[in-house]
Design a binder for this molecule. Structure first.
Ligand code: FAD
Length: 493
């Protein structure tokens, strides 16, 4: 883009500035570009990330069933004919038609526009729980899904060579807080992967893995019926997952977990999936917000004042917008991908109408249902309100629905190719934990050599006697030939 600073020059081509290149941003920009040529509208998308993330696939990314790169759609490839600015929106002054953007490096700058689309999504809703910020990880970004997978597999690796039982138990305890869709899918997928992984470890028994779910309300998966929520609970309990309902996380300082029902234990891995809130940057704007911090809209996806007066040239949709649900009067559309994709497309169409001096139309969509994966070949789904599906068929529905909704043909093909590969060759359970500190090895190699000491080296017999071999029950018992060990390993799996 040639104009990174505020300009009052009148433009020949109206500029549509799309804040956020997520689900709403990507679909709005794509649809608008399809409807209008370059001479009718200039479209600019702003996002700190160079890609849109398809969140419903994050649990499968964490489980290693989908390569992380295939669960995101790169803006430069998916948004042809659209300008992309990488940076964070830091202020919105709609009265002046300007937005401040803070790039990753360099000074913040202002961009002007004629029409504004707000698709800034949501962020994790956290609570001031002691230890949470230091100890837990969220589950909202693809990087978090990659880190979670590496963490779980790495803990299994390290625990298999750790003889202190307390430490092993802490390493092999994984706590998920939040029983909504994201939390349950993440828990079920990761647990499934961990059980598949420990089959390759002689020193770890499956029973040593401890997965814990903590949910504040008396039920899980509020998006489906109580019956299906109950079925899911039953399935998770059968897999020895510990479930605490109507229970809150009270503290987790240094990994010592304390629950509101006085249960206490140690866990090195705590995943926080207890809800989202509208993007807080909206507080730094002059757009009208509701009590939950969402931009107030009408069903045409136009921003409005509380009394319904339309704010000219401003539109919003998705998790950060309070869009009236015309199928359920008095309610707003729930924050999910099903609505965000459709609202994005609808908004693209509406903007094309407005720019051609036609009237925008109202958005209305009746929820088609919800599908969730609970691990390979396991799932739960509720379609069209009444149709309840469980097990393998629900899992197939989940994969079919989401691969259909995943943006770009390229990604659909790559995801399906990956699934086919895993079905034929089994899933991959290697952890690349060192990726989180790739310079560690090089730093160590760059250390100057230690000066030689003058002390005489200890005599070998003393050295040997000073270091008793650790007692390793699991390995000691299996100290046969490599062939024998292979056989035992195979019988375990
Ligand atoms: C783990 C997980 C699983 C889910 N599973 C499902 C599911 O199975 N089914 C379903 O229907 N829904 C699911 N959802 C919810 C669904 O994905 C979201 O409701 C939907 O993506 C919201 O779209 P959006 O465009 O409003 O927000 P997003 O897609 O989050 O887009 C917001 C964009 O704004 C960008 N952004 C943030 N801050 C700034 C800033 N300051 N400046 C510029 N850009 C910024 C972000 O980088 C992002 O690209 C899931 C969500 C999660 C987290």
């Amino acid at each position: 883009m040639s104009e990174p600073v505020a300009s009052t020059k009148s433009r020949k081509v109206p500029r549509v500035l799309v804040l956020g290149g997520g689900t709403v941003g990507l679909y709005t920009a794509k649809r608008l570009r399809k409807r209008l040529g370059n001479r009718e509208a200039a479209i600019v998308v702003v996002d700190p990330r160079p890609y849109m993330t398809y969140y419903p696939f994050l649990p499968e990314v964490a489980a290693g069933s989908i390569d992380p790169r295939w669960a995101v759609a790169p803006h430069r490839r998916a948004l042809k004919g659209v300008d992309v600015l990488q940076g964070k929106v830091s202020q919105i002054k709609h009265a002046d038609r300007t937005v401040q953007i803070t790039p990753e490096e360099g000074e913040p700058y202002w961009v002007t526009y004629d029409h504004l689309v707000v698709g800034l999504g949501s962020v994790a809703r956290t609570l001031p729980i002691p230890g949470l910020a230091e100890q837990a990880i969220g589950f909202k970004q693809v990087e978090e899904a990659i880190a979670l997978r590496n963490q779980v597999l790495n803990r299994i690796d390290v625990a298999s060579s750790t003889w202190d039982p307390g430490l092993r138990r802490k390493m092999l305890t994984f706590v998920f807080v939040g029983g909504g869709f994201a939390g349950i899918e993440a828990l079920a997928e990761v647990e499934d992967m961990a059980r598949a992984a420990v089959k390759y470890y002689k020193a770890i028994e499956e029973e040593e893995l401890r997965f814990v779910l903590v949910e504040g309300s008396p039920r899980i998966l509020p998006e489906v019926s109580e019956e299906l929520g109950g079925y899911t609970l039953e399935q998770l309990r059968k897999r020895n997952i510990e479930i605490y309902l109507s229970t809150f996380l009270s503290s987790c300082v240094d990994g010592h977990v304390v629950l509101s029902n006085k249960t206490e234990f140690d866990a090195e891995t705590i995943i926080w999936t207890a809800g989202v809130k509208a993007n807080p940057v909206l507080q730094d704007s002059d757009l009208p917000l509701d009590k939950l911090g969402r931009v107030i809209c009408n069903a045409k996806l136009q921003v409005t004042q509380e009394d319904g007066t339309v704010v000219p040239d401003a539109y919003a949709a998705g998790d950060c917008a309070a869009v009236p649900d015309l199928t359920q009067p008095g309610k707003t559309c729930p924050p999910n991908a099903q609505h965000a994709v459709r609202e994005g497309n609808h908004l693209g169409d509406n903007l094309a109408r407005v720019l051609r001096s036609a009237e925008p139309t109202e958005y209305s969509h009746k929820n088609v249902g919800a599908v969730a994966s609970l691990g390979v070949y396991k799932g739960v789904a509720q379609m069209f309100g009444r149709l309840k599906v469980r097990g393998f068929l629900a899992w197939v529905l989940h994969r079919t629905y989401h691969v259909g909704a995943m943006p770009t043909f390229n990604r659909k093909v790559r995801i399906m190719a990956g699934w086919t590969g895993s079905l034929l060759l089994r899933r991959e359970v290697v952890a690349l934990g060192a990726i989180h500190d790739p310079r560690a090895e090089f730093r160590a190699a760059s250390q100057p050599a230690k000066p030689k000491t003058q002390e005489a080296p200890p005599r070998e017999p003393e050295l040997a006697s000073a270091k008793p071999a650790p007692s390793i029950p699991a390995i000691k018992e299996e100290s046969g030939s490599p062939a024998e060990s292979e056989k035992q390993n195979a019988s375990k799996s």
